[in-house]
Design a protein around this ligand. Sequence first.
Ligand code: NAD
Ligand code: NA
Length: 395
Amino acid sequence: MIIEPRTRGFICLTSHPTGCQQNVIDQIEHIKSKRAINGAKKVLVIGASTGFGLASRITSAFGSDAATIGVFFEKPPSAGRPASPGWYNSAFFEEEAHKAGLYAKSINGDAFSKEIKRQTLDLIKADLGQVDLVIYSLASPVRTHPETGVKYKSVLKPIGSSYKNKTVDFHTGVVSDISIEPAVGDDVDNTIAVMGGEDWKMWMDALQEEGLLANGSKTVAYSYIGPALTEPVYRKGTIGRAKDHLEATAFEIGDSLKAIGGEAYVSVNKALVTQASSAIPVIPLYISLLYKVMKEKGIHEGCIEQIQRLFQDRLYSDSTPTDDQGRIRIDDWEMRDDVQAQVAELWEKATTETLPSIGDLEGYKKDFFNLFGFMVPGVDYDKDVNEMVEIAGLQ
Ligand code: NAD
Ligand code: NA
């Protein structure tokens, strides 16, 4: 079987196992090329299969020789159909970790549910005893509440008034004006219920109640701020309200963790192409301009570079510097004045005609296809992947 990308809107319906394997290997190589991090030894990553969560798992395992348990929601292969990319990422991560003599097990299912929390707690109890780092990196459009059974849907809308700006269809390169209508009814509360901090707190409470957090444990969840330009649809929109809630929850969790000398943080990360971010209007145009500017300045980073720097220079350095709201800022290079001034200038000029030269649309596209294992350098896409597709490496 030869697998080709098949896209529909913001998603790619197929994925390439060898490409996903190569992505994982490349991320591992990046971590091995840096010095060891004096980090955690037993790590739980919730949302471990793609994006920042996968990078956190790889950084822990190959930067600090950590045992890792990864929780995620991915689709296994079926009847000749490829699995979702996060499935392959995790299977090949486990393979590489085991080759390196590292403990690595994964749990595939709904992290919001009681069942998956129970399974995870039992696995920690049986295999690791305790963990000393919990990374919370879920990005989901829906959440079924474990107590009430209510299914919440998050939305990406401005609050108060409609928002007009430009956006790009990164498949065609067409820049067009869009208008997004403001949140109505329970949109804000629903988005907070999905992407706010309640579930993170439930995980941490359960772990702490059952004595599964070692003394001095840390936990980190990921947030985003971004520029004034995207504020109405991101930081001051429905998703921003959920991030406000997530950030406030860090203080609540931090208070509970004081009993064991632990700490809870939110880290504000850089805008990057992931499955979660490609679905947000306006953000792809912003990212394609941002990439251009940051690459020209030699300060572009992907998920693995971001998380490596987060662990080495913030989380496990002598002190953990935070902003005036207690947040770790690893979006510092994205938010630099010179970077933002240049992006704002380019934003004004961005049209279908100018974008190929003033923006990094190619870089955006490449990163998008890379998420699914396509366009990865060094992969022979003409090679039959029958055996790879149904890899059964996940436990
Ligand atoms: P992603 O889509 O790459 O990863 C999401 C992860 O969550 C995957 O491992 C997926 O399997 C898992 N997941 C989703 N629903 C689940 C469920 N019900 N049960 C178990 N696992 C589930 O997203 P990402 O961009 O890495 O986002 C992770 C976090 O980082 C989010 O909080 C996001 O807001 C934040 N963040 C993203 C960016 C960005 O630009 N991408 C920037 C800053 C912060
Ligand atoms: Na993630």
